[in-house]
Design a protein. Structure first.
Length: 951
């Protein structure tokens, strides 16, 4: 039965949907009503704004006309015409003084001035400071009136706003002077406020910084208020608007502002006709709080009406749906009882209903549910009877089946049955899992087909035949079983006959126990006791047993043989720098190669670490030497795929013969070990035959002593660099310094590299010394460059540098970290080191030259020098050994060699440096032979400091 999820009645679904619809409708009416009221409000505000503009402009025109009228009337006052004609101030004062109070108080005229026709002032009344700020404009107005003889109007605002009218004074048709009248704009503002019942004010650009005007300044707008009604309220309002970062220009059309919990409408009317390019605005402030409150109240009433209608509609809908939905819910609650066989409960709940004048769909559903309950009740009674009968029978069969299945499938052994012919009849799950065959596949096979041919002996076949013929009751044996994937498993079998009633052909039960894991563990333990798990070679224990056996046989049968004891050169360096996994891979590779080089009768063993030993029986000294040489040559050609191509595998081999060099295992191993260290003295990839005359123990002590001193110097910065100058012969300037390595002893004496470099090469510390020299010289070059010294440095690397996979990454990292100029780094190499592996040397040199560094070939001509190698090696400088330089002034042969060598080197495009320059005569000869650079005690001795630093 499907589980019922979250339930929601139909009546509530209908109510929710209808409520949502009504909510949208009722919410739309208040919203659109509010929008309509606000639109009407904005339109009304625009109409009021236009009306205010018209009213204000009319008042301004009225003021101008009034001033113009008085400009024509005042000269006609009693005595004025004669006074103006006389151009006398005293006479004008007598004539006009009586009229001035009337004009000022009753007519609203705040300023009167009289000027002669030539522009001289005859008299002034009122607002003197205001006009003095406009003196130049007044002069210009007088000149204009004199030319055009018609009035001029202008508006001026400094500390207050004043409307000016200047008119000509005519007498007998002649211009006898000019009159200037002015009226304050404050009267216009007051009149406008009285007409509109609004707060108004006049604001102008901020110019005057007097303390008086600061009280009426709106600094954020850079405006001054020259006139303002209801200033205690309106001035803080304007300043509040400015503090809200509302630009002054935004309120020119219409701006609604909330201030002190009231709403105000701000509008501007620009003032026109300003004199001197000034500007000003009439600002109108209207309290619209009442109107907005009425709009809000109307919206609220509309919303409340909608909510009330929504609630009434939902109540009506709920009343209509309640009864039918309650009946439907009763049926839905009752029908699940049918699944619980509560048929009488269903009929009792659904059958009790009131009579209705007409049946509906729910009544039909009630009748159907009652009929269905009777049918299901009858069917359930019949099913119960039949179910009980089947259950009893199945319980009997199930007991047998479960026992057999449990026995076969839970046992961790192979259980199968055979017929009398040996054909497999059944197989359990564990048997199928081990063999890989399914039960159906094995039914086609005979039991003996599972046993390997080697195990299927005649005796076993005879015993199985007796079992099938009922001559034997049981049988047990071990054999190898062949699985489907052709693998084998070691099985211990137990066979017995199964007797069944009424069956003359009994089956054979075969039970197999898997012993494979135990047998493999026994073999593995046996193998590990004698073998090295990494290489698969004999371990030290087995090797000593085999060597002891061979020594006994050689003594008994008078036979000779040889022991080869060796380890891999520089294996510790590879293991430390590349990781143990690389070292292990190298050991396995060497072990596999050794197995190909010796006879199958010879004994190969890994004694531990990188030490190997080979016992060659029935051989003489010549044969042992041949095998050692073959191993050395073969390992030299071995390529390690996971190492760089520059790394060459080599071994140092010690040879001890028996019985000449020892008749016991320990004596023979000890002598072979001494011979191996003697081989290491010769260099990598060498072998040595023990003679009994070696002083190697003393040498080993000396080697251990120097090895400890080198490690101590590396760990505690015991190496120092001395720098010998290299002079350009043509200019006499120092171009390079050769960096020379020294070891500082405990008593601060300096040890030359010849004392410790060979030991470092033998014990694998030469790589660390090469890296340290690079680090010190490159750091010194960077320090010299920062000190303003533009000199290069040459440094010597060992011949092992070309086999060092970490050299190039270390060089890149040091150059990047120190910021040194690679063009000023010259690496000196010897020809012998380079030609030992010319391809690898050229490859590494080209990679280093790509970084910007250069190369010099050191001591050319002193040993195995060929011009062919000089041409192939990518060197930039050739250093001529001091053997040819020290006595060149007295040896013509040296002169010929140096001169010829210099010409050849220059022909190849390379520079030359002569070493061992001890006197001026040598330097003059080298200049004559066109040698580029000179180095020696005559130029400068090696020192800790550079010559430039000393000077």
């Amino acid at each position: 039965m499907k589980q019922i999820g979250r339930f929601l009645s139909l009546k509530w679904k209908a109510l929710l949907l209808f409520s949502l619809f009504l909510l949208i409708i009722n919410a739309s009416f208040p919203y659109f009503s509010h929008q309509n009221l606000m639109t009407h409000f904005d339109q009304r505000r625009e109409a009021i704004h236009q009306h205010n503009i018209q009213e204000f402009n009319a008042l301004m025109v009225q003021t101008v006309k009034r001033l113009q009228q008085f400009g024509g009337v005042i000269p006609s006052f009693s005595g004025m015409e004669a006074a103006l004609a006389s151009a006398e101030n005293e006479q004008l004062v007598v004539a006009f003084e009586d009229h001035w109070p009337l004009l000022q108080l009753d007519m609203g005229i705040d300023l009167v001035r009289f000027y002669t026709a030539s522009g001289l002032e005859l008299g002034r009344w009122g607002m003197s400071n205001q006009v003095e700020n406009e003196e130049q404009l007044i002069i210009d107005w007088i000149e204009t009136i004199r030319k055009k003889e018609h009035p001029i109007t202008a508006l001026s605002c400094t500390s207050i706003c004043t409307q000016y009218v200047m008119a000509p004074i005519l007498s007998a048709g002649k211009n006898i002077g000019t009159i200037l009248l002015g009226a304050s704009l404050a009267e216009v503002v007051i009149n406008f406020q009285q007409i509109s019942s609004l707060d108004v004010g006049v604001v102008i650009d901020h110019k005057d910084n007097t303390d008086e005007n600061k009280e009426k300044t709106i600094s954020l707008w850079n405006k001054n208020v020259v006139a303002l009604t209801n200033m205690k309220l309106t001035l803080p309002l304007l300043r509040s608007v400015a503090k809200k970062n509302i630009p002054f220009s935004e309120i020119k059309d219409y701006k609604k502002i909330l201030f002190d919990n009231k709403n105000y409408a701000l509008q501007l009317i620009p003032l026109e006709g300003f004199s001197g390019g000034g500007s000003g605005d009439l600002i109108i402030i209207d309290d619209i709080s009442q109107v907005l409150a009425e709009i809000k109240a109307a919206t609220r009433q509309s919303l409340m009406a909608g909510i009330l209608g929504l609630l009434l509609s939902e109540a009506l809908l709920l009343a209509i749906l309640w009864t039918p939905m309650s009946r439907l819910k009763l049926i839905t609650d009752t029908l699940p009882l049918l699944a619980k066989s509560a048929f009488s409960n269903v009929r009792s709940a659904v059958g009790t209903r009131k009579k209705r004048w007409r049946d509906d769909e729910i009544d039909i559903l009630d009748d159907t549910a009652i009929a269905l309950s009777y049918q299901l009740e009858a069917l359930e009674t019949e099913v119960k009877k039949r179910t009980k009968t089947l259950a009893d029978r199945m319980e009997e069969l199930g007991s047998e089946r479960d026992f057999i299945a449990l026995l076969l499938d839970t046992a961790r052994v192979i259980i199968l049955t055979q017929d009398q012919t040996g054909k497999i009849v059944t197989l359990n799950q564990h048997g199928s899992h081990l063999s890989g065959y399914s039960e159906s596949e094995l039914r086609q096979k005979n039991f003996v087909e599972l046993i390997t041919e080697e195990e299927l002996t005649v005796d076993m076949m005879h015993q199985l035949a007796q079992l099938h013929a009922s001559e034997l009751d049981d049988l047990s044996h071990e054999s190898l079983m062949t699985c489907k994937d052709q693998s084998t498993r070691h099985i211990l079998w137990f066979h017995s006959r199964l007797l069944r009633k009424g069956n003359k052909n009994p089956l054979i039960l075969s039970v197999g126990l898997d012993l494979t894991a135990r047998k493999q563990a026994e073999l593995q333990l046996s193998w590990l006791a004698d073998h090295d798990p990494l290489t698969g070679l004999f371990n030290r224990r087995r090797f000593q047993n085999e060597l002891d056996r061979i020594l006994l046989e050689s003594k008994r049968y008078d036979r000779s043989g040889a022991l080869l004891f060796f380890d891999l050169d520089q294996f510790k360096y590879v293991n430390d720098t590349r990781g143990h996994h690389v070292g292990d891979a190298l050991l396995k590779l060497v072990a596999s190669q050794l197995s190909r080089l010796v006879r199958s009768t010879d004994i190969i063993s890994r004694l531990g670490g990188d030490e190997f030993a080979i016992v060659i029986s029935e051989t003489e000294e010549v044969g042992a030497r041949q095998v050692a040489q073959k191993i050395t040559e073969y390992l030299a050609d071995v390529e390690m795929p996971i190492l760089e191509h520059s790394y060459k595998v080599s071994a140092s081999i010690g040879i001890a013969l028996f019985p000449e060099h020892g008749e016991s295992v320990q004596e023979l191993l000890s002598n072979a070990d001494l011979a191996m260290y003697q081989a290491k003295e010769r260099g990598r990839g060498s072998w040595h035959l023990f003679t009994g005359k070696e002083t190697i123990k003393t040498q080993m002590k000396e080697r251990v002593y120097w090895q400890d001193k080198i490690k101590q110097a590396l760990d505690h910065d015991g190496f120092v660099m001395h720098f010998q100058p290299v002079q350009e012969i043509a200019s006499g300037e120092i171009f390079y310094y050769e960096a020379l390595l020294r070891m500082r002893d405990q008593d601060d004496t300096l040890i030359a590299p010849g004392a410790f470099i060979p030991i470092a090469e033998q014990c694998g510390l030469i790589y660390a010394i090469d890296h340290m020299v690079l680090e010190k010289v490159i750091t010194r070059q960077a320090e010299a460059a920062r000190a303003g010294l533009n000199v290069g440095f040459t440094l010597n690397l060992s011949g092992y540098a070309f086999n060092d996979p970490g050299l190039l990454p270390h060089l890149k990292e040091t150059l990047a970290r120190t910021g040194a100029n690679p063009r000023n780094i010259v690496i000196e190499i010897t020809e012998t080191a380079a030609v030992s592996d010319l391809v690898a040397a050229c490859s590494l040199m080209n990679e280093i030259k790509a970084l910007g560094c250069r190369f010099a070939l050191d001591d050319f001509g002193t040993g195995f020098a060929t011009f062919n190698y000089l041409k192939q090696l990518p060197v930039d400088i050739v250093k001529i050994g001091d053997t040819f330089i020290k006595e060149i002034a007295s040896h013509p042969d040296d002169q010929i060699f140096v001169k010829s060598l210099t010409e050849v080197v220059k022909g190849l495009g390379k520079k030359t440096i002569a070493e061992g320059v001890e006197d001026e005569a040598t330097l003059l000869l080298l200049r004559e032979y066109d040698v580029d650079f000179a180095q020696g005690y005559h130029v400068g001795k090696p020192a800790r400091e550079l010559l430039e630093e000393v000077s």
